[in-house]
Design a protein around this ligand. Structure first.
Ligand SMILES: [Zn+2]
Ligand SMILES: [Zn+2]
Length: 379
């Protein structure tokens, strides 16, 4: 009988790519800085391009293509596809098929980046074992009808190489800083794109509050929202994935939501889907109610396990004290009786003594009188 080897195969292309690019990005940036080869315009471009390529992933790849949380004009979709490619995380079709499965099978064995397999597996491990032959794209048929999607998917490596490396290099070349453009705006920025996206699968399923559902590992955390363009309100997102917002309060840091809203105000986006406030509140209340019930049950269990034995012990002690007090009262009464008896005995003895003394005195008096009488007679 042959033993079947079920251990997942390592995707060596991904292992090399996701190991080498951070080394080039970080070491290259340090070297360029130490030789004074980075111009301020490059840093400014780095900040702007990092923001744009990151938000293209969240507003485009994620909320537009994967969830259809709003509709966008062609120009917006085009920029989302082009800028999203610079993140080198696959085509929008690849991202959407994986992500829709992540929502459908969240926290189960079929969840591609399940947090149940550990933080680092959910963060980057899954991509190092990614088996491309297992993707069937059956859940993204609505997207494959788009020529833009098909074009990007077919020519992804070329589009991503141009947007990720060639374009930053060409722009930085305008101020004579092409190499820094390639290393910092190209490579380092891409590594940042990778990990801010990966944080959504790891940190956002690991740390924070379960505000709308305790059945989901996804968490709401304003801190993770800061490094994921607002995707940190992930418990809300998993409960209401069709909502164009992740942070629903006006003060929630969700630049992706603000961008989509802004685009709708200038006519470049429409049909922004949002769950009604009442429905959101109903889910929130259900979680709160469940928590209160659990707390009540915990209190009842605590009473049963700790308070009841303590109460029984105390009642035993009280009974013992009462019994002792009763015994003490009996003893005290006995003592009093004894004293009374002794007193009576002594009293009688004393009366006897007094009586004896009285008789003795009478006898003495009589004797004295007799003595006097005898004396007079003799005289
Ligand atoms: Zn998730
Ligand atoms: Zn999602």
């Amino acid at each position: 009988m042959h033993k079947k080897n079920n251990s997942p195969k390592i995707n060596w292309t991904n292992v090399i790519f996701f190991t080498v690019t951070p080394i080039i990005g970080i070491a290259g940036t340090i070297l360029l800085c130490s030789f004074g080869m980075v111009k301020w315009q490059t840093w400014l471009f780095f900040g702007v391009y990092a923001f744009l390529t990151s938000i293209a992933m969240t507003a485009g790849y994620h909320r537009l293509f994967s969830h259809k949380a709003y509709k966008a004009s062609f120009i917006v979709r085009f920029f989302m596809v082009m800028l999203g490619s610079a993140g080198f995380l696959g085509s929008a079709l690849e991202f959407a098929t994986d992500h829709r499965d992540h929502h459908r099978y969240a926290d189960t064995e079929k969840d591609l980046y399940s947090i149940n397999k550990g933080f680092w597996y959910a963060h980057i491990g899954w991509i190092l074992y990614l088996d491309l032959s297992k993707r069937d794209y059956s859940n993204v048929k609505d997207l494959t009808s788009s020529a833009l999607m098909r074009f990007q998917h077919k020519h992804f490596t070329a589009v991503a190489t141009f947007m990720g490396f060639v374009f930053p290099m060409l722009i930085a070349a305008l101020w004579g800083n092409a190499l820094a453009g390639l290393i910092i705006v190209g490579c380092l920025r891409m590594v940042m794109n990778h990990h801010s996206t990966f944080f959504i699968n790891s940190l956002c399923h690991w740390s924070g509050k379960q505000t709308y559902s305790e059945d989901l590992s996804a968490r709401d955390n304003w801190l993770t929202a800061l490094v994921t363009m607002g995707e940190g309100f992930h418990n809300f997102h998993h409960q209401f994935p069709l909502d164009y917002r992740n942070g629903i309060r006006y003060f929630h840091y969700d630049p992706t939501k603000w961008l989509i809203y802004g685009l709708s105000k200038i006519g470049l986006a429409s049909h922004l889907r949002r769950v009604s406030d009442h429905k959101i509140l109903a889910y929130q209340l259900r979680v709160e109610e469940e928590r209160l019930k659990q707390q009540h049950q915990q209190n009842a269990d605590f009473v049963q396990q700790k308070i009841e034995p303590l109460k029984a012990h105390m009642m035993g002690l009280i009974e013992k004290i009462l019994r002792l007090e009763a015994e003490l009262a009996i003893l005290r009464n006995k003592k009093i009786e004894q004293v009374k008896e002794q007193y009576q005995t002594h009293k009688h003895q004393l009366q006897d003594y007094l009586h004896t003394i009285k008789i003795a005195q009478q006898e003495l008096n009589e004797s004295l009188m007799n003595w006097r009488r005898l004396k007079v007679t003799r005289v």
